[in-house]
Design a protein around this ligand. Structure first.
Ligand code: GDP
Length: 529
């Protein structure tokens, strides 16, 4: 393959994910994005979740839908000149760790905000994660077919709460029953909204120029109001600046309705024109691997149980960082030092799982995993570096896990360690007892673990409450100090699934006291794989 061909493939790719608070419209906008990518004839076929269900039934349903969720985890489609990879993030709040790691595999994000509600707490959390790598963010203000809050106020809120500047690209004309359309500030065009077009790609009804008298004819009093507003908006907000967008300092903002399929294409145009092509990734040696580098490399950011329970294999999702994947190629799994030949990687074009012949930087391929691949693993063309930056988050909820049949302890540990490798849950083994502590970010994960232990590892386990408030990974540059700490704080220390030392705090006060008492020890909230 020539360098030019690789370069060309890299240039046209855009890999992004959608972040939002539940119910803001992520599923709906995904449908419309796929509609514009010509992946579905009629929008409305992406499996959504019904709201208001209890955690348990949600999980049972998820179990049934696992196959679907595997195929919709990655969606690749062409749009204009570009080839877009959209990575799905789990909707349920309890799978947030999975979401966080997915965000390490994208080059940009779309933030969807419910215009009636504004910035909500989960959006804040997710944005914090994107700030770790200054990922460029596009914003879609959704549900304009309903009465929304004052648009200028919404932008102020994004700027204040999320600490990112806003550059409106489109501006709404009315909302709710009076939603007329948007004015595109860069195109200097009014695009009129038509109801009942939610399921198809619509021809745009455009009025060119803000001063066009046709605007008054068609919009009546709204025309003059729009002109006044735009004057105000142009004075009060930031103009779009590509460099600031790429630096993650400014977000272009689009207004529309996902349900009405209006404005989604404006956002997609922005994504294709401005969002970064596949970016370099940092290695543990501190150097960067560029996408144009001819040698294949990539990292695993997610492992998901396969749809076929009989085979019990799992799919490991690999983001290609550089070079080209070719069917049958050999790659090195750096952690184990093994070279493996991969001839059956999955790709996700058109939402179908089919075997790929080739894939390029920015693409995601699915590797069959029989328990040997872990989250954070680096694959290369034989080189020895590892990619850094795939986080584990300190769990916030803890339970002691106990077997109904004590003879199966080994099986239980094996199951828990494997599930923790997947990132589904974290397991801690205290240094001074035989307890097994399970830590999770969300409560639903506990149900998932017990269910999977039973079906996949044939062990029946139950939970008991345990007095743990939080956990921190601990390390120190000073080996002696670490040894001393290990002795003195032994009763609070445990090993996680990867044998990393962790501090288990019964209360937050206990944690801060420990931090004060051992200044040479670093207590971290996230740990990189
Ligand atoms: P998610 O939880 O973020 O994936 O949100 P969904 O896409 O499932 O949407 C949540 C609810 O909001 C659903 O009932 C959607 O039909 C509705 N919804 C999504 N977009 C719009 C919109 O633009 N206008 C209105 N009125 N409802 C919307």
């Amino acid at each position: 393959m020539s360098d030019a061909k690789l370069h060309e493939e890299v240039e046209k790719r855009r890999t992004f994910a959608i972040i939002s608070h539940p119910d803001a419209g992520k599923t709906t906008i995904t449908e419309k994005v796929l509609l514009h990518g010509h992946q579905i004839q009629k929008a409305g076929t992406v499996k959504g979740k019904k709201s208001g269900q209890h955690a348990k039934s949600d999980w049972m349903e998820m179990e049934q839908e696992r196959g679907i969720s595997v195929t919709t985890s990655v969606m690749q489609f062409p749009y204009n000149e570009a080839l877009v990879n959209l990575l799905d993030t789990p909707g349920h709040a309890d799978f947030s760790e999975d979401t966080y790691r997915t965000l390490t595999a994208v080059d940009s994000c779309l933030m969807v905000i419910d215009g009636a509600k504004g910035v909500e707490d989960r959006t804040i959390k997710l944005m914090e994660v994107t700030r770790l790598r200054d990922t460029p963010i596009l914003t879609f203000m959704n549900k304009l077919d309903r009465d929304i809050r004052d648009p200028l106020e919404l932008l102020d809120e994004v700027e204040d709460v999320l600490k990112i500047m806003c550059a409106p690209i489109t501006w709404p004309i009315g909302s709710g029953k009076n939603f007329k359309g948007v004015y595109h500030l860069l195109r200097d065009e009014v695009i009129l909204y038509k109801t009942g077009q939610g399921h198809r790609i619509q021809e745009e009804d455009i009025i060119k120029g803000l001063d066009n008298p046709e605007l008054d004819e068609r919009l009546g009093v709204w025309a003059e109001e729009l002109r006044e507003q735009i004057e105000l908006v142009e004075g009060a907000s930031n103009p779009f600046d590509l460099e600031m967008f790429l630096a993650g300092e400014l977000t272009p903002v689009f207004f529309g309705t996902a349900l009405g399929n209006f404005g989604v294409d404006h956002m997609l145009d922005g994504l294709v024109d401005w969002a970064p092509k596949p970016q370099s990734r940092e290695t543990d040696e501190g150097s960067f691997v560029e996408a144009d580098n001819k040698n294949f490399s990539g990292f695993i950011f997610k492992i998901q149980a396969n749809m076929d329970p009989k085979h019990r294999d799992r799919v490991a999702f690999l983001r290609i960082v550089s070079g080209k994947y070719e069917k049958g190629m050999k790659m090195r799994q750096v952690r184990t030092g093994k070279d493996v030949r991969i001839s059956d990687a999955l790709t996700f074009l058109a939402g179908d799982r089919s075997h790929v012949e080739e894939a390029f930087p920015g693409d995601i391929i699915g590797l069959h995993n029989h328990g040997t691949i872990q989250i954070g693993d680096t694959f290369t063309a034989g080189e020895e570096f590892k990619f850094s930056g795939i986080p584990n988050f300190a769990p916030e909820l803890f339970r002691r896990i106990r077997l109904k049949d004590p003879l199966k302890q080994k099986q239980l540990l094996k199951g828990l360690v494997q599930l923790s490798e997947e990132g589904a849950v974290q397991v801690f083994r205290p240094l001074i007892s035989n307890d097994l502590i399970v830590g999770a970010v969300g409560v639903l994960q506990f149900d998932v673990v017990v269910h999977r232990l039973k079906t996949e590892y044939k062990v029946e386990a139950i939970y008991e409450n345990i007095n743990v408030a939080t956990a921190r990974w601990v390390m120190s540059k000073d080996e002696k100090k670490l040894d001393e700490f290990r002795r003195k704080a032994e009763s609070n220390l445990a090993l996680d699934g990867g044998d990393n030392l962790t501090y288990i705090a019964p209360t937050m006060v206990n944690l801060s006291l420990a931090e004060e008492r051992y200044p040479d020890i670093t207590f971290t909230h996230t740990r990189e794989h």
